[in-house]
Ligand binder design. Structure first.
Ligand code: NDP
Ligand code: 8X3
Length: 252
């Protein structure tokens, strides 16, 4: 086997671009997501294009029993996971706290925080056993700053920021590297999901400036893994040149 990366949320956006980048660099991949058709199709494309081994695991990260089951069924040679990319996540809604929806809040916290924990809980023992590994959590500018109507999404990404630090401390004795990549605006399916399929509103998010592309984040994510074993990039905040903060954008 080549080195192995497990990427959650590989059916779209940043996770998909990261899978391509790791595949180009001869990693074998475990790709996960809820949309089985996309996952299976992507698996075939990766195997054909890059001649690597790919396993696709179809689960919702919010369902701990499903996460446990899928990972417990991994063949032993797939348990030597070098990189865990905790990427699956979303924002749901853009409402002030006083009118926000409970279902949106639960979806964000259950996916971005608890889902990340459920997957990590299954993979960390393999890394401890292997005495190495690299966990990369996809945070956000929303984990560094809070912005109006960002309330619960920002809270979930602040939790990712805190968990990244906590993981690094607790896993220090096991030689496991833990990093966070925190992007600003990246044009993916993110805004369509957040704005519940309103294409016009989603397009407006990226109007008049060049956002980051998922491939930019893949480039940086792969770079973080290429450092020598004694080097850990703790935290990497990456923004479009046209974005200075969560709320300050230069639109033409
Ligand atoms: P996309 O919507 O394009 O992709 C999200 C991915 O997460 C999909 O593959 C989706 O797969 C998966 N996912 C979502 N919910 C679940 C779930 N419950 N169980 C399993 N998989 C799930 O968005 P991005 O690529 O932009 O988002 C990826 C990460 O990057 C998220 O954590 C997001 O918060 C973060 N981020 C995004 C930024 C942006 O501006 N786009 C900026 C900063 C951070 P499926 O639907 O098939 O399950
Ligand atoms: C996604 C970026 O600014 O919409 O995490 O929160 S933002």
């Amino acid at each position: 086997m080549n080195k192995i990366a497990l990427i959650t949320g590989a059916t779209a956006g940043i996770g998909k671009a990261c899978a391509e980048k790791f595949a180009q660099n001869n990693y074998d991949l475990i790709i996960t997501g809820r949309r089985k058709e996309r996952l299976d199709q992507f698996q075939l494309e990766l195997e054909k294009e890059y001649k690597i081994k790919v396993l696709s695991l179809n689960f919702d990260v919010r369902d701990n029993a499903a996460v446990e089951k899928a990972i417990s069924l991994l063949p032993d040679n797939w348990k030597k996971i070098d990189v865990l990319l905790n990427n699956a996540g979303l924002a749901a809604g853009l409402d002030p706290i006083q009118t926000g929806s409970l279902a949106d809040w639960e979806q964000m916290l259950d996916t971005n925080v608890k889902g990340l924990l459920y997957v990590s809980k299954q993979i960390i023992p393999f890394m401890i056993e292997n005495k190495k590994g690299h966990i990369i959590n996809i945070g956000s500018i929303a984990g560094k700053e809070v912005y109006p109507k960002g309330n619960v999404y920002c809270a979930s990404k602040h939790a990712v920021d805190a968990l990244t630090k906590g993981m690094r401390m607790d896993l220090l004795e096991h030689g496991i590297r833990v990093s966070q990549i925190a992007p600003g605006a990246v044009e993916t399916e993110f805004s369509m999901v957040r704005l519940k399929g309103d294409q016009n509103a989603a397009d407006k998010v990226y109007d008049g400036f060049e956002p980051l592309h998922a491939e930019d984040i893949a480039e940086v994510t792969f770079y973080v893994t290429t450092m020598p074993a004694h080097v850990n990039i703790n935290d990497l905040l990456i923004m479009p040149t046209a974005q200075a903060s969560a709320t300050q954008l230069l639109r033409k």
